[in-house]
Design a protein around this ligand. Structure first.
Ligand code: GLC
Ligand code: GLC
Length: 813
């Protein structure tokens, strides 16, 4: 293989990824913010900010899929004589003497040097603050005094990111700003129904400003050469309608060796209805002044940054491994956990592949994401479960999505995805095992957010299971509904109209025979969990009732779901097999192999081993396992969106990283550590980083949803980075099944499954009020714990019984 160009490297000590060339093969981004105020930031400072909801409270404007790519962001223009440059290279693209972007845990630091001047910007959102800090440090490294002209730049979005992009007959007349000292306020629509505004402040007197885009940039210029900047003269423009922006102009003189800090603050404020105005037409700025006062000096900002770093220290101290393999350790200890928190905050809403105006929070997605962060933020996970369950319908079905701002189910997409209910059990069980907090089961939770409809959360779990049982098809397998986990296997859709959405079109379902083996496996896995939970809380009858349903499902799969070498994928509307050797294309699918092997269905008859072998034989390739094989080469009306994708992409035989861990867990349960590891390493970002920076294209420090499969034009090319269930599944797989540290109701279960080359390793795990240091001695074994010694005393079995305090554990395999 030819040597691929490198664009950066890991810095584990600082928990950063260091990008050394701004011209990455695709924007490599990071996320700022942890609670309410969020930003996306690329390695050239592109991106945008929003408050809670990327659609309804977009603060700054961004143009997706633009030319050039990643156009718009927070830009600092430095005019030094005739040279104009930006610390992040873009948008001027003036060649820099030095460039570096360090993406860290909820912060990004971009540094550029040109002609003896260094400009370094630290971007972060302080904890509990509704603001993005941009601390710019300018340093004169030359031997002469420098007089620089500094322009900042942000472009306001008119709040609703969707209408902002389309309703120009209105938008071009509504924009309003106020300017007060060094603060520019954006108050579009504040005069009517909005109680919120934004501001952009700098902690130094300014010598000019601009708030009207065309006046600043010039209609025939671009972000790369704004007229005001090129001429070194701000226009002091006041926006009325059109496109409001915020730009400060500051004259800076630096002696040789001198450096100066500037704190820029992009803030968001909400006012009470009766405190909106301080004078007619003038917004009440009291809260803005208070927020600014909290962050108006280098010392205050540095303190806020230190707090953010401590917050991440604490989060990442909960599960830490030392294996001696840097590539594994950095993913487990840093990046995988970080990505999980990002999916907690953003679900599938805002990335450089998700525009923030489409999807809110997914019912299934958010439940799965939970296993990735429940150990870090249990109280927030608890709230998340309640929020999700509150969007369930009384029959156990669920809204497929809800909006984070309102927490209401999303009517545009509705329900009918028949795997959704099971995920509530998956998430809730993970929460209780981590925390021991059974009280969540007694929480009163409404249906469809309707007051008065509340039942206990346990009742929600029960109707979730029942929803599957009440919707069985002719083979006693679960009816698929609109789709199961695979949003693109639309068996009741039948669409010839390109204007119809595959997600929401369900032309026929009356009399359908479309059944899903993926849901069958999911039902068995979550059903076993549900049974164990019922036993645990003394509901023996309910446990027995559901055990019977689980047993029946297992029988149905063995009888009607086995194709000889692997599990079938589904039955179509007419009751014909999908994912069978009898099929012309797509003879085997990954989802049912993953779920039925995780459920260990037919293990005693060799089904599990055969299925796992078939995955290796037919699905595996250099970059991971593809979703189906062979790929569909034509559109199949009866199957829907899956066959709409060209071969090797997305759900048509792409490597959908999200589902690879299912098979890996199947391998782990079967004790096949070598195979589990080899599948895992293929999609582990740090291994990909080492080999394929150019080919892979997207960020090498996180997983992406999809890597082009073996049938694609360019196998190995990644897409849709960051917001993917892959993060949680990779975490769940490595932390619990490979490294084998599994939270359980009464303690921590130890059950690693390792490659035979594994050497001794230590996991530090905080668990409830306890702190465990667990050292595992694999001794060449792939699976099987022989003995566990806790604080010097051997214990029976493989569960370390929970007790608060510090414990040292030795595990011999
Ligand atoms: C996307 C969706 C997820 C779905 C998957 C497969 O990642 O967010 O809900 O399961 O695609 O279609
Ligand atoms: C498309 C994508 C799928 C995603 C869905 C969400 O079908 O292929 O991955 O889950 O859209 O609406």
């Amino acid at each position: 293989m030819e040597q691929q160009k490198r664009y950066g490297h890991f810095d584990d000590q600082h928990r950063e990824y260091v990008i050394t060339d701004p011209q990455t093969p695709w924007p490599w981004i990071n996320y700022l913010g942890n609670e309410d105020f969020f930003s996306l930031i690329s390695n050239t400072a592109g991106g945008y900010s929003f408050y809670k909801d990327a659609k309804f409270r977009r603060i700054t404007r961004y143009r997706y899929n633009n030319v050039p790519m990643d156009n718009g962001g927070r830009y600092f223009y430095i005019k030094d004589g005739d040279t104009v440059w930006n610390p992040g290279w873009k948008p001027c693209k003036t060649p820099l003497d030095f460039y570096e972007c360090r993406h860290g845990m909820s912060y990004t630091r971009i540094t550029g040097r040109k002609n003896g001047v260094e400009a370094s910007v630290l971007f972060f959102v302080p904890l509990k603050k509704w603001a993005e800090v941009q601390k710019l440090t300018l340093k004169n490294e030359s031997s002469e005094t420098k007089t620089l002209k500094l322009f900042s730049f942000e472009e306001w979005c008119l709040w609703n990111a969707a209408t902002d992009m389309e309703n120009f007959q209105r938008n071009f007349s509504t924009g309003e700003v106020e300017i007060e000292g060094s603060t520019i306020y954006h108050k579009t629509e504040y005069r009517e129904r909005r109680n919120h505004y934004a501001f952009y402040h700098v902690n130094t007197p300014i010598q000019g400003f601009d708030t009207d885009r065309e006046t600043f940039v010039g209609l025939y210029n671009e972000f790369a050469d704004p007229q005001a900047v090129m001429e070194g003269k701000p226009r002091n423009s006041h926006a009325h309608g059109w496109s409001p922006i915020a730009s400060h102009y500051i004259e800076v003189t630096l002696k040789p060796g001198e450096s100066k800090d500037f704190v820029f603050l992009l803030g968001y404020i909400e006012n009470e209805q009766d405190e909106k105005f301080e004078a007619p037409q003038m917004i009440n700025k009291k809260k803005a002044h208070a927020l600014i006062a909290e962050l108006d000096s280098t010392a205050k900002v540095d303190k806020a940054f230190a707090e953010l770093c401590e917050y991440w220290d604490a989060l990442l101290n909960i599960y830490k491994v030392r294996t001696g393999n840097d590539k594994l350790d950095r993913m487990v200890n840093i990046w995988n956990q970080y990505q999980c928190m990002v999916t907690f905050n953003f679900s599938r809403s805002a990335s450089f592949f998700e525009s923030g105006v489409g999807r809110g929070m997914g019912f299934r997605d958010s439940n799965q994401d939970l296993v990735g962060f429940v150990h870090q933020i249990p109280p927030r996970a608890r709230q998340r479960i309640i929020d999700i369950a509150s969007t369930q319908f009384p029959d156990g079905g669920c809204y497929h999505q809800y909006q984070p701002l309102t927490k209401r189910g999303n009517n545009d997409i509705g329900g009918g995805f028949n795997d959704d209910p099971c995920w509530l059990i998956f998430g809730t069980v993970a929460y209780i095992k981590e925390t021991g907090d059974f009280s969540i089961l007694d929480e009163m939770v409404p249906f469809d957010n309707q007051p008065g409809s509340e039942v206990t959360l346990f009742e929600h779990l029960k109707i979730s299971m029942d929803h599957v049982i009440k919707n069985l098809g002719p083979h006693m397998l679960p009816l698929i509904g609109r789709a199961d986990w695979n949003d693109c296997l639309n068996l009741n859709c039948f669409s010839w109209d390109p204007n119809e959405s595959f997600q929401t079109t369900e032309n026929v379902s009356e009399g359908t025979k479309a059944e899903s083996l993926m849901i069958a496996g999911l039902f068995v896995v979550t059903g076993k969990d549900y049974v164990a939970l019922c036993k645990k809380i003394g509901k023996a009858d309910e446990a027995a009732r559901m055990q019977k349903a689980v047993d029946e499902m297992i029988e149905a799969v063995k009888k009607h779901g086995w194709d000889g070498e692997w599990y079938l994928r589904a039955y179509d509307f007419y009751g014909r097999k999908i994912g069978s050797n009898e099929c012309e294309e797509a003879k085997i699918f990954i989802e049912s192999q993953g779920w039925c092997t995780m459920a260990e269905i037919g293990a005693e008859d060799g089904m599990v081993a055969k299925s796992l072998d078939s995955c290796k034989k037919y699905l595996e390739c250099e970059h991971g396992m593809v979703l189906n094989n062979p790929a569909f080469t034509k559109y199949i009306y009866e199957y829907g969106e899956i066959s709409s994708y060209p071969e090797g992409y997305k759900e048509n035989a792409g490597i959908f990283c999200h589902n690879n861990p299912w098979v890996i867990i199947g391998e782990c349960l079967a004790g096949r550590g070598n195979d589990a590891w080899s599948h895992y390493a293929k999609i582990l970002p740090s291994y990909v980083e080492e080999k394929y920076q150019t080919l892979h294209k997207v960020e090498p420090y996180v997983n992406c949803q999809m890597v082009a499969g073996k049938d694609a034009y360019k196998p190995g090319e990644g897409k849709n980075s960051w917001l993917t269930g892959t993060a949680a599944w990779m975490w769940y797989t490595v932390s619990e099944f490979i490294l084998g540290i599994k939270p359980d109701y009464d303690g921590i279960r130890i059950d690693p499954c390792l490659p035979e080359t594994a050497t001794d390793y230590t996991v530090q795990r905080k668990f409830r009020e306890a702190d465990y240091e667990i050292t595992i001695h694999p001794n060449g074994a792939q699976k099987g714990v022989k003995q566990i010694v806790v604080d010097g005393k051997p214990i029976d079995g493989t569960v370390i019984p929970y007790s608060a305090g510090k414990h040292v554990v030795e595990v011999t395999m």
